[in-house]
Design a protein around this ligand. Structure first.
Ligand code: ADP
Length: 452
């Protein structure tokens, strides 16, 4: 096992990794920017190093400083968390070249899956269904028009290097195509430094279903069933649950097998997520793989009673998977709501600032993963996630009631939060019935307003 793990991240995920390390008896190093001096991850780690100014490029994205921090403190491993450098192959490579273990897959595996057009190709070769679309990257608008004509409108143009819902544009018809293509390319270049794009058929009302994967260095890959992340805004997840109300045991086995096959094809090591779209007719299509721990991993933890972050660390240290069963049956039902410092009625405008009062919900089956406290100032430089509320119940009905009471009793004052909006989602008849798809919020814009 490692002696000391440096966490190259901040916020709730840094705390999550520190907790796992403490349980494993491993020391921790926090890194922080000048804006994060007062953060809890700094207080709870055994060691801490300031790595630069507030903007992420000067701190959390600065590879030489992160490696220097690990060397100075004698850390023998780095956990990247999610976001920042978690899916950066160059970072993984440089960490390993400095004789420090990277808690995650190999640089090659990150690269293979980081290029979404190449990952689609690999899925096809493995017989895993993909959304109809271009066989690879599309170079010119003319070539794109031809592909779109063949598969039929609407289509979605996606950045090959994409992530976080950026660099994606929908084209409803041939007239719109040229402009959408140009915009997608521009966005892709600005966000990912690569303007490579590919094209997929835009499905009308899909659900987002993803499979949690774990692989070890001894050649074993397993899955821990699905999460349903269909409640989204602008292709970004807001609410996640497990199991999916739309997945039965047969479908679970089929999607799980497809995911394991794909992960096995690249000898995947560590925690990963294979994302699919599930169409109304029950067909599922591979979308992409995320080669890291996900924000929404706790819903899987609650339904499997299994610590994914501890497993990630021990697998990186060379231990075999401790999971005994592939495709665990999920126990009960879990839901996660992402609480952000944002104003839904103003297009989710960020609301940084001082938290003047704070009281988290509690009780049986309620978990809150957060880094905030009364007196903490939410800095304007990073994403606006304040807390994740995760509930577990014996049934979906119980989990829903638990989430409603948890949100209703969650006090955060001083900044505008998405809590009231999430409460309305939890009461919407379609969500209650388990009948939502990725366009749900587009159809129900009144949910964004305080007085529906
Ligand atoms: P990112 O890597 O930016 O997260 P994804 O490829 O995972 O992008 O897609 C994010 C979301 O965009 C999906 O969950 C879904 O809501 C929507 N989406 C992506 N591709 C399609 C498609 N072909 N048809 C319909 N919706 C799609």
């Amino acid at each position: 096992m490692f002696k000391k793990v440096l966490i190259a991240n901040r916020g709730e995920i840094a705390l999550r990794v520190i907790r796992a390390c403490k349980e494993l008896g491993v020391e921790t190093v926090a890194v922080y920017s000048e804006a994060d001096r007062e953060s809890l991850h700094v207080r709870f780690a055994d060691d801490d190093v300031c790595i630069g100014r507030a903007p992420s490029r000067d701190s959390y994205l600065n590879i030489p400083r992160l490696i220097a921090a690990a060397e100075i403190t004698g850390a023998d491993a780095i956990h990247p968390g999610y976001g920042f450098l978690a899916e950066n192959a160059e970072f993984a490579e440089k960490v390993s070249a400095s004789n420090i273990a990277f808690i995650g897959p190999s640089p090659d595996q990150i690269r293979q899956m980081g290029d979404k057009a190449a990952a689609r190709k690999l899925a096809k070769e493995q017989g895993v269904p993909t959304v109809p679309g271009s066989p690879g990257p599309v170079a010119s608008p003319e070539e794109g028009q031809q592909v779109a004509g063949e598969i039929g409108f609407p289509v979605i143009i996606k950045a090959a290097a994409g992530g976080g819902g950026k660099g994606m544009r929908v084209a409803n018809d041939a007239d719109q195509f040229g402009q959408s293509f140009t915009l997608a390319k521009q966005e892709a270049l600005a966000a990912f430094n690569s303007d490579e794009v590919y094209i997929e058929k835009y499905l009308a009302r899909p659900r987002h279903i993803e499979i949690q994967i774990m692989g070890d260095t001894h050649g074993k890959v397993m899955h821990l069933c699905e999460r349903d992340c269909s409640v989204q805004r602008r292709h970004q997840k807001l609410v996640e649950e497990a199991p999916s109300p739309a997945v039965d045991q047969t479908l679970r086995q089929d999607i799980g097998d497809a995911a394991v096959k794909l992960a096995e094809a690249i000898g995947y090591v560590g925690a990963g997520t294979i994302e699919f779209l599930l169409d109304a007719d029950g067909s599922f299509y591979f979308m992409e793989m995320n080669t890291r721990i996900q924000v929404e991993h706790p819903v899987t933890e609650m339904c499997t009673n299994f610590d994914l972050v501890k497993e990630q660390i021990s697998v990186a240290a060379g231990a075999p998977l401790s999971l005994v069963m592939n495709g665990h049956r999920l126990r009960g039902h879990a839901i996660e709501c992402r609480v952000n410092a944002e104003d839904p009625s103003r297009n989710f405008q960020p609301s940084p600032g001082l938290i003047t009062a704070y009281h988290p919900p509690g009780g049986p089956g309620v978990r809150v993963d957060t880094h905030i406290y009364a007196g903490y100032t939410v800095p304007p430089y990073y994403d606006s996630l304040l807390a994740k509320v995760i509930v577990h119940g014996n049934t979906r009905t119980e989990a829903l009631a638990r989430m409603r009471q948890a949100l209703d009793s969650f006090i955060i004052e001083g900044v505008t939060t998405t809590i009231p909006f999430l409460g309305r989602v939890m009461r919407h008849p379609d969500f209650v019935a388990g009948k939502v798809d990725t366009k749900f919020l587009e159809r129900e814009p009144h949910l964004l307003k305080d007085q529906p």
